[in-house]
Design a binder for this molecule. Structure first.
Ligand code: NAI
Length: 411
């Protein structure tokens, strides 16, 4: 595609999602009028696709200078990246399928702007700032983190006394994880799997690794599509929840024998490894929706395979002792590496949180460490979202408040 065609395609994608992100649009209008980010420099490492572009635009219209790159080599959409580079005060360095050197070079280029605020999805910028670019730490007001795995990394740094900047845990806002991780990952993982394989889900046995928010969403939607769902867990409470939600629960060693499609959503390593590949059925399909490509052990699978070939875009077939094991998108998060990511309406809430938290960081002197999203911001996003959906809810009457807060009335 020529640059002109890429820009046209990227602009169309951004325009479409923007019109389905009403909460972010309100924040964007307020930002444009009030310029709360004037003079700030924002460095971002996020999946560079259309919804992210809508967030980047809102930040730049709010007065910020923004530099962005990807947070995964396979999730960048080049048309969106090129289109972003036509906007004022925005520089985008992301490229689809770049090699590891190019990926980290782009992260360095973003940091070259000497940001005072960062936005990460997986903590790559913050990790770089604490290892090779420590000279920039003193200029930072704070950062935002988008995903569960990033928060785990940051809390581990905090516990080790290694975190030298404030970070807001955007993932942990209720208007983020309850919707994005659950309904977003639920829908978009199946969108990625279905468009990549063009196969039926109904009647298949689907194994979901992990019953956290992403796993709950992926299981719910698999059931809705007519699959027989098996869940694997290490947490007894979540395992019970899965069982009582109607799914079968067993160890992965057992489930590996039955699965037609596997989806890992744990944020942990080696959920599918040699001992599982050995017992899998011919034709099994493996996909990952967790943040890093560590959940399916491809090193072990490659070592076991007599041949590996691409059988369709984003599907690699590993021949293991005459059995075909199909891996989608090289084990990278399937909804973004083989799809368009979460639906726009869900990212509307996640990115509304991001935009409001960036403003919060710009206006507040935060101590080093991981901070929650202020409850009033979370509530504000929920209220705006309900309003945009035309939904009105009840308000507590004064006597109801009195009843709820009192202890004398027991009858
Ligand atoms: P979560 O913490 O709510 O759930 C993870 C679950 O996996 C927990 O219930 C945990 O007990 C379970 N688990 C851990 N090790 C396991 C093992 N060895 N076997 C079976 N279960 C195991 O986390 P959440 O929010 O569901 O996120 C999961 C991953 O998905 C993270 O890496 C997160 O960053 C990523 N994510 C991906 C998105 C996407 O667009 N694909 C969107 C949001 C999050």
């Amino acid at each position: 595609m020529s640059d002109k065609d890429l820009i046209e395609s990227g602009d169309m994608k951004i325009g479409w999602v923007r019109s389905h992100m009403p909460v972010l649009s309100i924040i964007r209008e307020n930002f444009e009028r009030e310029q709360p980010l004037k003079g700030h420099k924002i460095a971002m490492a996020l999946h560079v696709e259309a919804k992210t572009a809508a967030l980047v635009e809102a930040l730049a219209l709010g007065g910020a200078e923004v530099a962005i790159t990807g947070c995964n080599p396979l999730s960048t959409q080049d048309d969106v990246s090129v289109a972003l580079n036509t906007r004022d005060n925005i520089k985008c360095y992301a490229k689809y399928d770049c090699c590891s050197d190019e990926y980290y070079e782009a992260i360095n280029k973003v940091l070259d702007m000497k940001p005072d605020i960062t936005i990460d999805d997986g903590a790559d910028l913050i990790f770089k700032l604490h290892t090779e670019r420590t000279d920039l730490l003193s200029g930072l007001l704070g950062g935002c983190e988008e995903t569960t795995t990033g928060i785990h990394r940051l809390k581990a740094m905090e516990n080790d006394g290694a975190l030298k900047m404030p970070v807001v845990a955007v993932n942990d806002a209720m208007t983020k994880f309850l919707f994005d991780n659950r309904y977003g990952t639920g829908q978009s993982s199946w969108d990625g799997i279905m468009r990549t394989t063009n196969l039926l889900v109904a009647g298949k046995t689907v194994v979901i690794g992990g019953y956290g928010w992403c796993g709950k969403g992926a299981s719910l939607r698999a059931s809705g599509l007519g699959a027989d769902v098996i869940v694997t867990e290490i947490d007894p409470i979540r395992a019970l929840e899965a069982r009582m939600d109607g799914h079968r629960v067993m160890s992965m060693t057992e489930a590996a024998k039955y699965g037609d499609i596997f989806v890992t959503t744990t944020g942990n390593v080696d959920i599918l490894s040699k001992k599982h590949f050995e017992v899998m059925k011919d034709g099994a399909i493996l996909a990952n929706s967790g943040h890093f490509n560590v959940e399916i052990n491809l090193e072990e699978l490659t070592a076991m395979a007599s041949s590996v070939r691409t059988v369709r875009k984003n599907i690699k077939e590993y021949n293991v002792a005459g059995k075909r094991i199909n891996v989608l998108a090289d084990g990278r998060l399937v909804n973004l590496a083989a799809g368009d990511g979460h639906p726009a309406e869900v990212m509307d809430m996640s990115f509304a949180n991001q935009a409001l938290c960036v403003k919060y960081i710009a206006e507040t002197k935060l101590e080093n460490g991981v901070h929650p999203v202020p409850h009033d911001l979370d509530m504000y996003v929920a209220e705006l979202k309900l309003k945009s959906m035309g939904i009105e809810i009840d308000k507590l009457e004064p006597h109801q408040t009195e009843y709820m807060e009192g202890w004398e009335c027991g009858t």
